[in-house]
Structures are given as structure tokens and as C-alpha cells.
Design a protein around this ligand. Sequence first.
Ligand SMILES: CC(C)(COP(=O)(O)OP(=O)(O)OC[C@H]1O[C@@H](n2cnc3c(N)ncnc32)[C@H](O)[C@@H]1OP(=O)(O)O)[C@@H](O)C(=O)NCCC(=O)NCCS
Length: 158
Amino acid sequence: MIETRTMGHSRTIQTKLVLPPDTNHLQTIFGGRVLAYVDEIAAITAMKHANTAVVTASIDRVDFVSSAYVGDVLELEAVVSSTGRTSMEVYVLVHSTNLLTGEKRLTTESFLTMVAMDEHNKSTPVPQIVPETDAEKALFEMGPARLAHRKERLKTMH
Ligand SMILES: CC(C)(COP(=O)(O)OP(=O)(O)OC[C@H]1O[C@@H](n2cnc3c(N)ncnc32)[C@H](O)[C@@H]1OP(=O)(O)O)[C@@H](O)C(=O)NCCC(=O)NCCS
């Protein structure tokens, strides 16, 4: 297995056009549709990093801070922000843009934990992530605090 990989190696960008079937009576996109896109890009990013199949272990809190309307373009960007032994934390940022006016707004952001799986459906080790830019380093350095918060939250389940 490759021991380390840079964040840039697996950084992924996707754009989606918001269409009528994606939206409610107010012509704004369903939150669940955005979540599906977030999950998809996180899986692609984690698979690029680990070169294995992955499953979604968790999605951290998701707040939708603005609506996206029919005709807007959703822009999703994802990086592996931290790694454990077999898990990868993926940061996903989502903006919507009205291409007629150029207005760009934050839709949501979230951290997902993806687990690498081997051919026997067992969790398997992943390369450690290496941040390079100042922004990547800032994201990486807060990883342990987010993990601790996640573990506290898990204790309240079951
Ligand atoms: C995620 C899953 C593989 C973990 O199984 P497990 O038996 O706990 O596996 P392990 O104990 O080997 O843990 C594997 C890694 O997952 C992490 N993990 C397990 N549950 C987690 C959770 N709820 N949130 C975040 N990370 C989690 C562990 O901390 C560990 O990370 P590390 O190796 O980097 O330290 C298992 O719970 C599963 O398959 N869940 C269903 C996944 C799925 O189908 N998702 C789609 C929607 S249902």
C-alpha cells in the first residue's frame, strides 16, 4: 500500500444543474438530493485516495444555509481532510450559482467519514493524508477535535 497521499491527489469537483424533478413546490432543491450529491462526491474522493471500495460510516451535522433554485448550478468540492487507520474524513463544500446573475451562495458544508473496504468487506488500511497549502493544513489540524466530537456523539447512540 502507498503510505501517504496529498490532499490534492483526490480533490474532486462536481457541478450539477438543478432541474424540476430535484425540487419542491417552491422550486428549491430537496435537502435529500443535496445529501445524495454530497455522499456521492465523498465516496469518489475517498476511493481516489484509498483505491478501494468505501462505505459511508457517518455524515456530520448538515445545515442548509441557502436555497438552490431550478436553473442554478450546484458546485461541490471535496477533499480528504484527515485520515485514521481505515477511515477517511472527507470535507465537502457546496455552493449554488445563478449563472444569469453570477450570484454565488454557500449552500452547505459537511464532514463525512468513509471507511475503506477490502474484497472480503472488511475495513482495510488507507494511506495517511498530507496537507500542502495553508488552507489544507488548517483543515487537517482540526481533524482530531472533530473526531473527538464525533466519538462523544456516538456515545449517546444505541
Ligand atoms: C462503517 C463500518 C464498516 C464500521 O464497521 P466496524 O465493525 O465498526 O469496523 P471497524 O471497527 O474496523 O472500524 C473501521 C473504522 O470505521 C470507524 N467508524 C466506525 N463507525 C463509525 C461511525 N459511526 N462514525 C465514524 N467512524 C466510524 C472506526 O473508528 C474505524 O476507523 P479507523 O480505522 O480509522 O480508526 C460498519 O459499521 C458498516 O458497514 N456500516 C454500514 C455502512 C453503510 O452501509 N453505509 C451506507 C448507508 S447505510
